[in-house]
Design a protein around this ligand. Structure first.
Ligand SMILES: [Fe+2]
Ligand SMILES: [Fe+2]
Length: 185
């Protein structure tokens, strides 16, 4: 259960072939940002031992994914470069409430929704791309991003009861439309 309000549109998929280098660069940024998000949560909630333990696993996995995408870019002769940030992450982060424990709940749920969108997008990309290496790559990442989503929504329950977490998740869902692989890059 990914708690997403929408699925990736056909329109988004139709631009994949012509925009593949940008999508791969964007994907690399997403993995880097995912590692940063998990590391920031360690700094913010250092008293929560389970959260810290889970975040170290996610930091390591996301950095490993980042490394894998960088290798793929290099192999395909695509130069990794900065991209202008999209507004997706900012718009989601604007929903984060101030004051604890609400802030913790929202930060974890926003991180979880971004993981969910990545997961959904890997699934559709694995089915869509006509490139066995890429299809296998996306397929291999799908499972870990789904697990990260589950981890974040579970950890949000350290800061609010189940009912509050589910209500917040249903109220703060985001479609994540956009041209990029991951609208958060
Ligand atoms: Fe990842
Ligand atoms: Fe992830």
């Amino acid at each position: 259960m990914l708690h997403l309000q929408s699925t990736t549109s056909d329109r988004w998929l139709q631009q994949v072939d012509s925009a593949l280098p940008d999508i791969l660069i964007d994907h690399a940024h997403c993995e880097k940002k995912a590692a940063g998000t998990a590391l920031n949560l360690i700094f913010a909630y250092v008293e929560d031992v389970e959260l810290c333990r889970e975040m170290t696993l996610i930091v390591n996995e996301e950095l490993e994914h980042f490394h894998m995408v960088l290798k793929l870019l290099e192999k395909r002769g695509i130069r990794f470069r900065r991209l202008k940030p999209s507004s997706y992450g900012r718009r989601l982060n604007d929903l984060v409430r101030t004051g604890e424990p609400h802030r913790a709940v929202d930060r974890l749920l926003v991180a979880g929704l971004i993981e969910a969108r990545s997961c959904e997008r890997f699934h559709v990309l694995a089915e869509y791309v006509n490139d066995p290496e890429l299809a296998e790559f996306y397929h291999s990442l799908f499972e870990s991003e789904a697990r990260h989503h589950t981890t974040y929504t579970r950890l949000a329950r350290h800061f609010a009861n189940d009912e509050e977490v589910m209500a917040r998740l249903d109220g703060g869902r985001n479609t994540g439309a956009g041209r990029r692989f991951c609208p958060d890059a």
